[in-house]
Design a protein around this ligand. Structure first.
Ligand SMILES: [Zn+2]
Length: 267
């Protein structure tokens, strides 16, 4: 099993295609060669539902290894973002927690929340440092502020998820110690500029993700995305870097493990 989906919202999936059986989706992941998935949290109330996925997958060696993140998405309510403290996040830390997030800044939907978003982002960074685990960063229409917070909070351990920014942004994130995760967006026709940026990035700092249930890659566009589709993201990277999809799967899996285990053995 060689592919790692570094970012999937498992609790948002409908399982219609899998007889409404979580087990059937796990089997489909194994069949597709997806050996590891990080289930991403957007609000703390998802904790229980995500842990059910983690627990189910841990029952059998042949199933993918599912870990999780703990965090509050920047598009959550302003009052929730403004109120979060380090202890709220650390209270949900545990063995199968691989990261904190998704956090970050999103001015596309609501620029007025920037103050609360920055507070939440900085709080996630502080928690991630105490736990010695990476953060998962979402950024949209917040290019400079995202880089500024990462720098001012001395964040050197994390993932820029669903990367769509330019080379200068990637360079600063990489120089700051972060990894870059690519989603199905790199498979879209309109993403030629993004593919050209990705070609300049170091392969040993890249990850792949689905961002399920959103952003299904070509040739699954329009469908609900799910972790079984992450090999399609690997296929695009394989073309860019002149490797096989399996090689990309192995390299990005190795990168993911190295990132999560950077300060202590977690995976
Ligand atoms: Zn996400």
């Amino acid at each position: 099993m060689s592919f790692t989906d570094s970012h999937a919202h498992l609790t948002y999936l409908t399982l219609d295609n899998h007889n409404n059986q979580p087990q059937a989706l796990l089997d489909a992941m194994s069949h597709a060669g997806v050996g590891r998935v990080m289930a991403i949290m957007c609000q703390l109330s998802e904790n229980q539902a995500i842990r059910e996925w983690v627990d189910l997958a841990s029952q059998n060696q042949s199933m993918p290894d599912i870990g999780m993140s703990v965090g509050i998405h920047p598009c959550q309510d302003e009052a929730v973002l403004a109120a979060v403290c380090v202890d709220d996040l650390l209270a949900l830390d545990g063995d199968k927690v691989w990261a904190f997030g998704e956090t970050g800044l999103d001015y596309y939907w609501d620029e007025n929340k920037s103050k609360a978003q920055k507070h939440s982002f900085a709080t996630h960074i502080a928690a991630s440092k105490i736990a010695k685990k990476p953060i998962v960063v979402h950024t949209r229409n917040a290019y400079q502020d995202t880089l500024d917070v990462l720098k001012s909070e001395n964040c050197e351990h994390g993932i820029i998820h669903c990367f769509t920014e330019d080379y200068a942004f990637a360079r600063q994130a990489l120089d700051g110690g972060l990894y870059i995760s690519l989603s199905g967006i790199i498979s879209f026709n309109k993403s030629q500029d993004l593919r050209e940026v990705v070609a300049k990035l170091p392969l040993d700092r890249l990850l792949i993700e689905t961002d399920s249930p959103y952003l299904a890659p070509v040739p699954k566009r329009g469908k609900q995305n799910e972790p079984t589709f992450v090999p399609y993201v690997a296929q695009v990277l394989a073309k860019i870097f002149d490797k096989t999809p399996e090689e990309i799967g192995q390299i990005t899996s190795d990168n993911f493990i190295r990132l999560v285990n950077q300060y202590k053995n977690i995976i």
